[in-house]
Write a protein that binds this ligand. Structure first.
Ligand code: ZN
Length: 260
C-alpha cells in the first residue's frame, strides 16, 4: 500500500505489516497480567503507539540512507516497510567505497542521533540498558523504550554481515584496498562464517531453532549479495563490449535497481 511521497521518495507499506499491527494490538488488549499492564483499549493504544514510533524511526533510518544517496545524485524510488524493517530501493549504488560507506553509515547514524536526543530528553534509569524498570507506562517510559530500541537498531545494523548495513560498511572499507568483487567475496565469507557459528551456538548452546533460521537467512544473504555483484560485473563487461561495437563512445548504461 502506498502512503505518500517525501522529496520524491514513495513510502509504501507491505501488507504483512498489517498482520504485525493486528498481533501487536491483540497483545495490548490482553495486557501482561504478571507485570500489571492494563490491557483493554489503553493497552491497544499503548502498543500501537509504540509500534508506530518504532517504525517512524525505521523510516527515518531509511531516509538517512536515501537523503545521503540523493546528495550523491543517486535516485531513490521508494522505501518499503515490512514487519522485519524497512528497505530503500536505489536506482544504483556508486561503486565508490567512500560514497557507499557514507550512504550506508547514515542509517545507523540517524538511530544514534535519535537515541542521544531521547537520552537528554527523558534520562535513563540506573543500570540501563540492563534493567527494565525505567519502562514505566508514561511519556518518560515511552521515550526510554524508544531510546533503547534505537540504540539496539543502530548497533544491530552495524554487525558486519550482509544484508545488514554493517556488511556493506565492511565491504566498502575492504574495497578501498581491493577490487569491488573481491571485497564483496571477503565480506560475504566473513558473514557466512559468523552465521554458521551463530547458528551452531543457537542450536546447540541455546536450543533456539528460530534464531538458527535467522542465521541461515544471513548465510544465504551473503551468497546472494556476492552472486549479484559478480553477475553485475559480468553483465557490465558484456554491455561495455557490445556498446563499444555499436557506439564509438560508450554511453553510461541504465543500471538495474539496487535494494538495501
Ligand atoms: Zn540501513
Amino acid at each position: 500500500m502506498n502512503l505518500f511521497r517525501v522529496r520524491g521518495i514513495l513510502l509504501s507499506v507491505h501488507f504483512t505489516f498489517f498482520l504485525l499491527l493486528a498481533v501487536v494490538a491483540w497483545d495490548g488488549w490482553k495486557g501482561i497480567p504478571e507485570e500489571g499492564a492494563v490491557g483493554g483499549w489503553v493497552g491497544v493504544a499503548w502498543n500501537i503507539g509504540i509500534l508506530m514510533a518504532f517504525f517512524t524511526c525505521v523510516v527515518l533510518h531509511e531516509f538517512g540512507h536515501s537523503f545521503t544517496a540523493m546528495h550523491y545524485g543517486v535516485g531513490v524510488r521508494r522505501i518499503l516497510l515490512m514487519p522485519i524493517g524497512g528497505m530503500a530501493e536505489f536506482d544504483s549504488i556508486p561503486r565508490e567505497p567512500a560514497k557507499e560507506f557514507l550512504i550506508t553509515l547514515a542509517g545507523p547514524a540517524v538511530n544514534f542521533a535519535i537515541a542521544l536526543v531521547l537520552m537528554v530528553a527523558v534520562g535513563v534509569p540506573q543500570g540501563w540498558p540492563w534493567t527494565t524498570h525505567g519502562y514505566t507506562a508514561d511519556a518518560a517510559g515511552f521515550g526510554r523504550l524508544l531510546l533503547t530500541w534505537n540504540l539496539a537498531m543502530g548497533l544491530f545494523n552495524l554487525v558486519p554481515v550482509f544484508p545488514m548495513d554493517g556488511g556493506r560498511i565492511f565491504r566498502a572499507l575492504l574495497a578501498t584496498k581491493l577490487p569491488y568483487v573481491r571485497a564483496t567475496f571477503i565480506a560475504a565469507t566473513v558473514g557466512k562464517v559468523l552465521a554458521v557459528a551463530g547458528a551452531a551456538a543457537a542450536l546447540f548452546g541455546f536450543d533456539a531453532p528460530l534464531t538458527a533460521v535467522l542465521f541461515a537467512f544471513i548465510f544465504f544473504a551473503g551468497e546472494v549479495e556476492y552472486r549479484a555483484v559478480k553477475r553485475r560485473e559480468i553483465e557490465d563487461a558484456y554491455w561495455r563490449a557490445a556498446m563499444a561495437r555499436i557506439y564509438p563512445i560508450t554511453p553510461i548504461p541504465d543500471e538495474p535497481p539496487v535494494l538495501r
